[in-house]
Design a protein around this ligand. Structure first.
Ligand code: UD1
Ligand code: CA
Length: 454
C-alpha cells in the first residue's frame, strides 16, 4: 500500500509577527518544519510533498531533496493548500496523510497509528483528536448520534455550547486518496474568512453517511501547535524535556534537567554528567564519562571521553580524551586540544593545535599556533598573531617552557626544549634547547599610514 503525505507550510504565520517564515523558526536548534517532516517520513512510504507559500526559496533550499515542494499562491486556506498536491498524487497513491508543519511535537508513531486506523477504515478518513482542558483555539470535534464524528467547528464560528466541547482537532489526518481530491473540490469558501477549510471535509463525509474515524490521543503535550511566540516557547520547553529525557534513559546524568539545554542534534555518550545551567548546541558530539558544567556553553564541538569542562565556552572546538579545562576558558573555532591537555582559567584559544599533555594554566591567548607535546605555557602568554593586516602563525616544539608573560610576536618558531624568560618579547625564532630572555622594543620607527577604506 502506498502512503503519501502532504505537509502544509504555506500559511502566513501572521501571529508570529516575524520576517522569518513560521516553519523556519527554530525549536531546540532545528527548524520547526524538520520535526513534522521527520515524523511524516517515517509514517509514509512515499516522498512527502511540502506546500510552501512564504520565502519559498529559503524553505526549498532547506528541504533540498528531502521533499517535493509545491507553491501555494495565493494562500486560500488549508483545503486549498492540500489541493496543490493533487496533480502530484492523484491516481498514484492509496492513502494521503495531511499534516500541519506547525505541529512539531507529533511523533512518527502517532502518524503511524492514524495510518493503521485508516487502512482498516471503510470510510474515507481518520483524524487525530485530543481531550484538553485548554482549547488553545483548536477546532472542536462535534459528535452526532451514536457518537459518530459529525463535524469540526472552528472556534470563531462555534456556538457557546460547542465552545464547551473538550475534544479538539489536532490537525493530523489520513485520507483515502481518490475520495480526498473529489471532496476538496466540493468544499465551499468560508464566508467569514474567505478561505477553504480542510476541516469541512469531515462534515461532507458525515453527510454522505461515510464513517469518519477519530483516533483519540492521550498525550496532549504532543499536540502543542505553534501559532504565536508564546506557543513557540511552550513547544520548545516540551521538546527540551523530551530530548533530556531520552539522554537520561540512554545513560547520561543530568543533575538538573530544568536548567540543561541540549539541542536536537547533539550526541552524548553514556556516563557523561551534565551539571546545571549548561547549553550543548548545534552539531556537538560528546563521548563517555565527561563532566560538563556547571555554567558551560558548547556549540558545534567534538569532545572525546573523560574530559572535564567547568564554566567554559566552546565553539567549533575539538577536545580529545582526558582534557581538563576551566573555569572561564574560551575555545573558538579551530581550537584542537589533544589528550591530557590542561587549560586553566581565562585562557582563549582559536585555530590552534595543542599536542598531548600541553599545560596552559592561566590568562593566555593562543591563536594560529601549534604547540608540541608536554609544553608548558606560562601565565599571561600571548601569541601576537595579528600585525594589523594578517594573521601569522606561531610554532612551538615539544617540551618547551614558555615563561610567564611571554609575548610571541608571530610569525615565530620556538624549537623543542627551548625556554623563554618571564616577560620575554620574542620577535625572532628561538632554536631548540636555547633560552630567550629580554624585551626588544627599544627603537621607535616612523610608520606609513594606510589610506582609509571608503
Ligand atoms: C487548524 C485547524 C484547526 C485545528 C488546528 C490544530 C483548519 C481550518 N483549522 O487551525 O481545526 O484545531 O489547526 O493545529 O484547518 N496553511 C497553508 N496554507 C493556507 C493556510 C494554512 O499551508 O492557505 C498551513 C499553515 O502554514 C499551518 C497549517 O496549514 O502549518 C494550519 O494553518 P493555521 O492557520 O495554523 O490553522 P489553525 O488556525 O491553527
Ligand atoms: Ca496552527
Amino acid at each position: 500500500m502506498k502512503v503519501s503525505a502532504v505537509v502544509l507550510a504555506a500559511g502566513q504565520g501572521t501571529r508570529m509577527h516575524s520576517d522569518t517564515p513560521k516553519v523556519l523558526h527554530l525549536l531546540c536548534g532545528r527548524p520547526m518544519l524538520s520535526y513534522s517532516l521527520g515524523a511524516i517520513r517515517q509514517a509514509a512510504t512515499e516522498k512527502p510533498v511540502v506546500i510552501v507559500g512564504q520565502a519559498t526559496d529559503k524553505i526549498k533550499e532547506y528541504l533540498g531533496d528531502a521533499a517535493e515542494c509545491v507553491v501555494q499562491e495565493p494562500q486560500l486556506g488549508t483545503a486549498h493548500a492540500v489541493l496543490q498536491a493533487e496533480s502530484l498524487l492523484r491516481g498514484r497513491t492509496d492513502l494521503v496523510i495531511v499534516a500541519y508543519a506547525d505541529m512539531p511535537l507529533l511523533r512518527a508513531e502517532t502518524y503511524g497509528r492514524l495510518v493503521a486506523r485508516q487502512s482498516v477504515n471503510a470510510g474515507p478518513l481518520s483524524l487525530l483528536t485530543v481531550m484538553a482542558q485548554e482549547p488553545r483555539g483548536f477546532g472542536r470535534i462535534v459528535r452526532g448520534v451514536g457518537g459518530q464524528v459529525a463535524a469540526i467547528i472552528e472556534e470563531y464560528v462555534a456556538t457557546p455550547e460547542q465552545l464547551e466541547i473538550h475534544e479538539l482537532n489536532v490537525g493530523a489526518y489520513c485520507f483515502q486518496s481518490e475520495w480526498l481530491w473529489d471532496a476538496l473540490h466540493r468544499i465551499e469558501k468560508n464566508p467569514r474568512k474567505g478561505e477553504y477549510y480542510l476541516t469541512d471535509v469531515v462534515e461532507l463525509a458525515a453527510k454522505m453517511e461515510l464513517p469518519v474515524q477519530a483516533v483519540l490521543h492521550d498525550d496532549w503535550t504532543e499536540t502543542i501547535g505553534i501559532n504565536n511566540r508564546v506557543h513557540l516557547a511552550e513547544a520548545e520547553a516540551t521538546m527540551r524535556e523530551r530530548i533530556n529525557h531520552q539522554h537520561m534513559l540512554n545513560g547520561v546524568t543530568l543533575s538538573d534537567p530544568a536548567s540543561t539545554y541540549i539541542e536536537a542534534e547533539v550526541v552524548l555518550g553514556r556516563d557523561t554528567i551534565i551539571l546545571p545551567n549548561t547549553h550543548i548546541l548545534g552539531k556537538s558530539v560528546l563521548g563517555e564519562a565527561n563532566i560538563i558544567g556547571p555554567n558551560t556553553i558548547i556549540r558545534d564541538s567534538t569532545i572525546g571521553n573523560r574530559c572535564k569542562v567547568l564554566a567554559s565556552v566552546l565553539d567549533g572546538a575539538v577536545l580529545e580524551d582526558d582534557v581538563d579545562m576551566g573555569p572561564f576558558a574560551r575555545l573558538r573555532r579551530g581550537a584542537h586540544l589533544a589528550s591530557h591537555v590542561h587549560v586553566g582559567n581565562f585562557g582563549e584559544i582559536k585555530d590552534s593545535y595543542l599536542a598531548p599533555g600541553v599545560k596552559m594554566g592561566h590568562f593566555s591567548y593562543i591563536g594560529d599556533a601549534t604547540i608540541g607535546e608536554n609544553t608548558n605555557i606560562g601565565a599571561g602568554t600571548i601569541t601576537c598573531n595579528y600585525d594589523g593586516e594578517r594573521k601569522n602563525p606561531t610554532e612551538i616544539g615539544e617540551d618547551v617552557f614558555i615563561g610567564s608573560d611571554t609575548m610571541l610576536v608571530a610569525p615565530v618558531k620556538i624549537g623543542a626544549g627551548a625556554k623563554t624568560g618571564a616577560g620575554a618579547v620574542v620577535t625572532r625564532d628561538v632554536p631548540a634547547d636555547t633560552l630567550a630572555v629580554g624585551m626588544p622594543a627599544r627603537g621607535i620607527k616612523k610608520l606609513q599610514r594606510k589610506p582609509k577604506k571608503s
